[in-house]
Design a protein around this ligand. Structure first.
Ligand code: PYC
Length: 317
């Protein structure tokens, strides 16, 4: 909470339709440290900023925030802590693509490879001359396969649990039709899946909560994409993009079931029809290293004012 008005500089972008709001200034005095330490300090002291920036009337629930930090790792151009309407996020590839385009917009980087420190590891991002961003994600893997869930009103709901920088339940059969005209049903089905995972104690490794649900359906055009998805994020909002960490989890499942090999490409469309291209570049004892590329655009640069006399200064749900 704050005692007097704060001005917060942000740059907005969207990646394949999914927004990212990069917070530029040192409004929060988090000091220096690893991104894990800064994430923990942000969680303790920065929740007012998180909710102010991402909730109405200043933001909206689908927005992802990216706190731009200095990294102590000399390889890294910057560090980042991602957050959304529910709290801090583990990994976020659409956000990484947005951050790279933002750093280019700020004149800090140009074409080529850059390293970014995140709380889940160091990520390599290549800003390519066609304007796209290709991100080498953290090692990803399938943890559980063919898990059957009991979801009222649906038959044969079967999926996998996989890590791609976040924990995902990937619904491979029995889910609703993937269409932007069907967001309501896709959302309520995803919430039912999350609840069922929790009540059946189905988790990621070490008991970690699965906080993303990804539902798959056929691609409308096999030349444009291999598959179409809908991704529900923690906080109950859906990803407007095909979700980079979700695409990484999908690549891990395809690899583990022998359907995709190192070097083969996979084009994943999201619910709006925008596409991320994925590829496995390496494998090591069941873990794969995913490469995911997509397009992001900077679409705003603002100074936001957070005034404690405003009854909605921290936003409302
Ligand atoms: O692209 O990895 C991603 C992501 C995670 C949550 C929203 N987008």
């Amino acid at each position: 909470m704050i005692d007097s008005s704060e001005k917060v500089q942000v740059i907005d972008s969207h990646t394949a339709g999914e927004p990212t709001r990069v917070v530029l200034d040192g409004t929060l005095k988090l000091g220096s440290g690893t991104m894990v330490e800064l994430r923990d300090r942000f969680q303790e002291n920065g929740d007012w900023l998180r909710s102010s920036l991402l909730s109405e009337p200043r933001g909206f629930e689908a927005m992802v925030g990216a706190l731009l930090c200095e990294s102590l790792d000399s390889r890294c151009e910057a560090g980042v802590v991602f957050f959304n309407n529910a709290g801090v996020l583990k990994g976020c590839l659409h956000g990484t693509m947005g951050l790279i385009k933002t750093l280019e917009f700020m004149g800090r980087i140009s074409f080529g490879e850059h390293f970014i420190e995140t709380p889940v590891g160091v990520i390599k991002a290549d800003l390519r001359s066609d304007g796209s961003v290709q991100v080498t994600n953290v090692p990803s893997y399938r943890y559980l396969s063919n898990v059957e869930l009991n979801i009222e009103g649906y038959d044969n709901v079967i999926g996998d649990v996989a890590w791609g920088g976040n924990w995902f339940f990937l619904v491979e059969s029995g889910g609703p039709e993937i269409s932007h005209l069907n967001i309501g049903e896709l959302s309520s089905f995803s919430v039912a899946v999350m609840n069922e995972l929790e009540s059946s104690s189905i988790t990621g490794k070490d008991g970690t909560k699965i906080d993303h649900v990804e539902i798959f359906g056929p691609s409308e055009d096999p030349i444009i994409a291999d598959s179409k998805n809908f991704v529900m994020c923690p906080g109950g909002e859906y990803d407007r993009s095909p979700c980079g960490t979700g695409t990484s989890a999908k690549l891990a499942c395809l690899y583990d079931s022998g359907k995709l090999k190192v070097g083969q490409k996979w084009k994943q469309a999201g619910v709006l029809g925008t596409v991320f291209e994925g590829e496995i570049i390496q494998e090591d004892r069941g873990n794969i290293v995913p490469l995911v590329s997509g397009q992001a655009w900077v679409n705003g640069k603002y100074e936001l004012i957070v005034d404690p006399s405003d009854p909605f200064c921290y936003g409302f749900k």
